[in-house]
Design a protein around this ligand. Structure first.
Ligand code: G3H
Ligand code: ZN
Length: 291
């Protein structure tokens, strides 16, 4: 059994140090290996995320087993998050299965419906925490930042409308949510036409008004200074997914083309693990002011 710091404690450390914890999505074991190797090399806590689609591919219980095996074996602060889950039922399934954190993604709903659904998830997480002693964190989103960790030509219609700090305060007060993902300039995915800058002033304002750790989604393709400005302004978790997917795809393509007669997955996929580890390591160094 893991006896080290909880995710909440790691977030407190990050706030005290002025750093952020990296959150990286996985669809397979190669990504988990790459991310974990990078976190260990950087010697920092790390969060593994699975969206509903990634979770269906990896397996819900399998994801829990993989992450908890590493955490217990190595006594290492690696945590599992249910990324962008759209219903109470899917959030509940993840809490019941042993996830450390969940994101109820109801940002597309009107404020009151988003708040009501978030509150339902928070109350369930608190009840399970009271019963089991597991400290489960709940995150919600306010302001639509697009969806999908893929390559897009341009910012999708309707995405990128920034979160109002007053609304953010009301939302956190009404729901008691642990973490908030506001819309502060970023958009999910790699955008060929470029990403807007992070609005650091707004981030600081929302951080001050809400008092909860903020989460930056859509990290892929942001400039280094956007990450550092966001972290300085109160972001404590940064999500990266598309960059990992791209590194995996490109490294695998090169390996397949270079070795047309190779059929051993371990040989073909090792470069993909290494490529993911490199991307993640660079990001972790930046998030922890070591770059
Ligand atoms: O929840 C996942 C992320 O927000 C990933 O965004 O694909 O732009 O890195 P990204
Ligand atoms: Zn996201």
């Amino acid at each position: 059994m893991y006896t080290g710091k909880t995710l909440r404690e790691c977030l407190k450390d990050a706030a005290a140090q002025g750093t952020a914890i990296g959150h990286f999505n996985i669809s397979n074991l190669e990504a988990l290996h790459g991310i974990y190797q990078a976190a260990r090399k950087a010697d920092v806590p790390v969060i593994i995320g699975v969206s509903e689609g990634e979770e269906a591919f990896v397996g819900l219980e399998e994801a829990v087993a993989l992450v908890s095996t590493l955490r217990n074996r190595d006594q290492y602060p690696i945590f599992l998050n249910a990324d962008h889950h759209g219903s109470f039922e899917s959030v509940k399934r993840c809490i019941d299965a042993g996830f450390d954190a969940v994101i109820i993604d109801a940002a597309k709903l009107p404020f009151d419906e988003n708040a009501a659904l978030t509150l339902q998830c928070v109350e369930y997480a608190r009840a399970v925490t009271a019963q089991t002693g597991r400290d489960i964190l709940v995150e919600a989103e306010l302001g639509y930042i697009g969806s999908g960790s893929n390559i897009k030509d341009k910012i999708p219609d309707g995405a990128g409308v920034k979160t109002d700090p007053e609304e953010a305060k009301k939302f956190v007060t009404e729901t008691g949510v642990d973490l908030l993902a506001p819309s502060i300039g970023s958009i999910h995915g790699i955008i060929k036409s470029g990403k807007p800058h992070i609005d650091a002033e707004l981030t600081k304002h929302i951080s001050g008004m809400t008092g909860v750790p903020l989460v930056l989604h859509g990290g892929s393709g942001l400039r280094d200074e956007d990450f550092t400005n966001a972290i300085r302004a109160g972001v404590r978790i940064v999500h990266i997914n598309s960059e990992i997917r791209l590194a995996y795809r490109d490294a695998l393509k090169v390996a397949l083309e270079a070795h047309p007669d190779e059929i051993a997955p371990a040989k073909l996929l090792q470069p993909a693990v290494d490529a993911i580890a490199e991307v993640v390591y660079q990001r972790l160094m930046l998030f922890t002011n070591k770059a």
